[in-house]
Design a protein around this ligand. Sequence first.
Ligand code: PEP
Length: 252
Amino acid sequence: MRTKIVAGNWKMNKSLAEAQALIAELTNVIGGIKSSAKIVVCVPFPYLAAIQNQLGSGRIEVGAQNCSEHESGAYTGEVSAAMIKSCGVPYVIVGHSERRQYFGEDGALLAKKVDKALAHQLTPIFCCGEPLEIREKGTHETLVRKQTEDSLFHLGAEAIQKVVIAYEPVWAIGTGKTASAQQAQDMHAVIRQHIAGKYGQAVAEAISILYGGSVKPDNAKELFSCPDVDGGLVGGASLKAADFTGIINGIG
Ligand code: PEP
């Protein structure tokens, strides 16, 4: 059985007080949640230590939204995987489409970030996904295979099983347009088969692949019921406790 995960990506939202209030709300309701899925909140860098302390070793885990490809040193404004780890935080998002689009992060750079995360025992949540024009051209599967190859296929069989993959079609992020359950399932199966082709079926079967892109309480259940969808990476809807818990409930 693969690990089911619902991860929230708060992006660049909320003051510290608002972030702590949302965590307090989530911890209040989390006891009532039946799902055994892992629950993660990926919060802005300045809040990592405070939120990690607030949550302790409870049901909700913490992630960062990015890390540097460098180990340490004169990289003003950057945050290293070691720093994230030193806050007690176990997850980091790598290669979100907004990082690719606005900060020019490419596959080779993301491979280095994945390496840094793993070297510091962080679980990378590695994002891939196609923009609208690629979907319309029909080359989305080729692109997503290449994204996974470029940033993950240098890893050994043991290391790649420590990575969580998030398939996030760019046209579905923050747009309210969700991929259909069939579109999500098809791409998740493509990713898993591609991994199986290089590493074998057992390795591919062990890797959690999350869907991201306008997941909401009313579509979560259908998406999460697909055999190759192991949970979700949730942006906008993770900013409200009721919506996020509604989504977690959708995973069963
Ligand atoms: C995301 O940014 O990872 C995301 C999936 O956003 P949203 O849920 O708002 O589409």
